[in-house]
Design a protein. Structure first.
Lengths: 158, 519
């Protein structure tokens, strides 16, 4: 995957003077590139006067940040208790089976990465699934397949 | 005059199609030449009725729901714009018993107004608390919060006024107000609903806090799982700045307050206040040892108020109506209202704001209508993933901080997740430990190692290997975690585990009563 190092430098420049700039920088880089490229780490470290180890440590602490590209779409299935109480366990199993991957895995065609998530705050209409900024409620096996079919056909909103 | 039609833009309403319904209503109105004003409000918190569409006729709001896109033409055919009868008609929203039998103080405007309209916010009582606060000395503001009896709604229930007093009394060149909007507990969504449905209420509460303790900068630490909140809050802050609620001179008072939203990155433990501060500073979200308290040495080493969204959003009404007004609600040392959040296997999930003192039974059956599946309810988990499982025989307990603690449970942030009799409590106990292993920050050993070992021990219990011995081991491990962990993550993970074991020994392969008596 290619990316523009200048864009990354621009992001760092835009945030470096803010107090506690690390997370805003990492979010913006990941939004731009899809992951945090290894090349970005020394740039961030140098701009914030921190060590590369500190930046790496921060990246790896948080579930959101990834050091490798994900599939084209990231599909998150909620594992929270409120979803489990409404058949979330069945939905998790179905998602794994339908996509042929385990959690954190990416399909062979690199279209979909399956991730667990611990609560989307959508507990009133559980079980829930998130794709990009779209959250789906009352998701059963059938609706899950519909969401995936839409992504695969390219007709999805994402 | 255009007829006002309300379709919530709330995450949960949208998750079941509210955006599609709104688009369909706009298109259908245009097609029929009807003049409507479409308002995207917050949710009323009756989630089984979402998407809930409301029409304002003669000053009254009439509700229809749950509405799907395909219902829209028939709603127009039925003349819903004039309150026409339709199979989805629910009558006046304010008369729906679930809603009517609430005491909405903090949530008074959520679902009622256009969340981003400052004029509507003001017309419904907004900013009057801030105006009163501006006329007060800082100590008077803090004294009113103390007198209200408000306790932190994030889960720890610490008296808010005392925390503020500490920050006020600590001299510093810079102080901070940090809003903990990292609402990670499964089964909770009150913070999200408030931020999406009435963001200015939170902003106003934070500005008052700033005036009260002498802080000029605020941060809202928002979890990244809430993309709609992110948009609403940023837009609201922008408008509040233009209006003069934020900036160098708050409403012309000459006192400054600035506010910014920062995004978390998918870490549950960052809801713990010191881990949150580390994260805001750009570091790994590892818990700090206390003392020093954040009120003395918090964000960037400065005195910091860290309060939950609902705590801060309760401040405006306390200042506006006076501390006695707020204190008059509730029981014992639990004053005011709590926003209960009902979810899981329940017929009518939603948000219920009520004074402390009603019972779990009332909440689950009178409001919730029992299980969604129609099977008997077997247990509820109260207070998030670190909260205890309460068995059906204890459903008569009053909802009050102290009553819960007496029974080894906690109210936490007010989330109640219901399970029917198909739940396997050994699996839920295992999940609690698995969750802790996943989300532990790793700083202290009981939490980091204990959670992993706990999953292994439960797996041995599940397999029936050396049952009594492994149950003892699990209990001993939970004891170590509870008393030896640095924060609530490791310290409270034992709650769901031990309560499951105590109340549902049969799920662990134990002979029920004998084990229960022994404990």
């Amino acid at each position: 995957m290619t990316y523009d190092l200048q864009r990354i430098e621009g992001i760092i420049e835009a945030h470096r003077h803010r107090p506690g700039a690390t997370l805003p920088i990492l979010h913006d880089i990941q939004h731009e590139v899809g992951y945090i490229p290894a090349d970005a780490i020394p740039l961030i470290a140098s701009a914030l006067n921190l060590s590369r180890a500190e930046i790496y440590g921060t990246i790896t602490f948080y579930a959101d940040f990834r050091l490798e590209p994900a599939g084209r779409h990231v599909v998150q299935v909620c594992r929270g208790e409120a979803c489990q109480a409404k058949g979330g366990g069945r939905l998790e199993a179905h998602a794994r089976q339908r996509l042929g991957v385990d959690f954190h895995g990416t399909t062979a065609d690199r279209r979909v990465t399956l991730e667990p998530v611990f609560c989307l705050g959508n507990c009133g209409c559980s079980p829930s699934v998130r794709v990009a900024d779209e959250i789906y409620g009352r998701v059963d096996e059938e609706l899950f397949d519909e969401i995936i079919d839409q992504l695969n056909s390219g007709k999805g909103k994402h | 005059m255009a007829i006002r039609v309300y379709v919530p833009a709330d995450t949960t309403a949208a998750s079941v199609g509210a955006d599609r319904v709104a688009a369909a209503i706009a298109a259908e109105a245009e097609k029929r030449g009807e003049s409507i004003e479409l308002v995207r409000n917050g949710s009323r918190g009756m989630f089984w009725l979402e998407p809930l569409v409301e029409v304002e006729t003669e000053g009254e709001r009439l509700a229809y729901g749950p509405v799907s896109k395909s219902d829209v033409p028939s709603l127009f055919d039925a003349g819903f714009l004039d309150g026409g009868t339709h199979r989805l008609g629910l009558g006046p929203t304010a008369e729906i018993p679930y809603f009517k039998n609430q005491q909405r103080l903090t949530f008074a405007r959520v679902g009622l107004i256009d969340p981003l309209s400052i004029p509507e916010y003001e017309a419904h009582g907004g900013l009057s608390g801030l105006r009163k606060a501006i006329a007060c000395e800082p100590q008077q503001i803090v004294a009113q919060v103390k007198a209200s009896g408000l306790r932190g709604r994030g889960g720890a229930a610490f008296p808010t006024g005392i925390k503020w007093q500490t920050v006020l009394d600590t001299p510093a060149d810079q102080k901070y107000i940090v809003c903990n909007a990292d609402e990670g507990d499964s089964g909770t969504f009150a913070d999200r609903m408030l931020m999406e449905g009435d963001p200015y209420c939170l902003i106003e509460g934070m500005v008052i806090a700033g005036l009260g303790v002498g802080a000029t900068q605020g941060y809202i630490y928002l979890r990244s799982e809430y993309p709609r909140c992110w948009k609403v809050l940023n837009e609201a802050i922008e408008r509040a700045r233009e209006f003069g609620i934020l900036g160098p001179s708050v409403l012309g008072s000459g006192k400054a307050f600035e506010l910014e939203v920062r995004l978390g990155a998918g870490s549950y433990v960052c809801g713990e206040e010191t881990a949150l501060l580390e994260s805001l500073e750009g570091k790994r979200g590892e818990v700090r040892a206390k003392p020093p308290l954040p009120a003395i040495s918090g964000l960037f080493g400065k005195p910091t108020v860290v309060n939950n969204v609902i705590t801060l959003a309760s401040i405006p009404i306390i200042l506006a109506c006076g501390p006695e007004f707020y204190h008059d609600y509730g029981m014992g040392r639990s004053r005011g209202t709590l926003t209960w959040q009902l979810s899981g296997n329940i017929k009518r999930p939603g948000l219920i704001e009520r004074a402390f003192g009603l019972t779990l039974k009332e909440l689950l059956y009178d409001y919730g209508g029992g299980s969604a599946s129609g099977r008997p309810l077997r247990a509820v988990q109260a207070g998030g993933p670190l909260g205890a499982y309460v068995p059906a025989e204890d459903f008569d307990m009053p909802l009050d901080y102290e009553a819960f603690v007496e029974r080894g449970a906690m109210i936490g942030h007010g989330g109640i997740v219901a399970f029917d009799d198909t739940v396997n409590m050994l699996e839920m106990a295992r999940f609690a430990l698995e969750f802790c292993a996943e989300e532990s920050c790793g700083k202290c050993t009981p939490c980091r190692i204990g959670a992993v070992r706990g999953v292994e021990v439960i797996d041995r219990i599940k397999a029936g290997t050396d049952l009594e011995k492994n149950v003892q081991l699990l209990e001993s491990l939970c004891d170590t975690m509870q008393y030896g962990s640095l924060c609530a993550m490791g310290g409270m993970t034992p709650y769901p585990v031990v309560s499951a074991l105590k109340h549902f020994p049969e799920d662990f392969g134990l002979v029920g009563e004998r084990h229960r008596d022994k404990r």
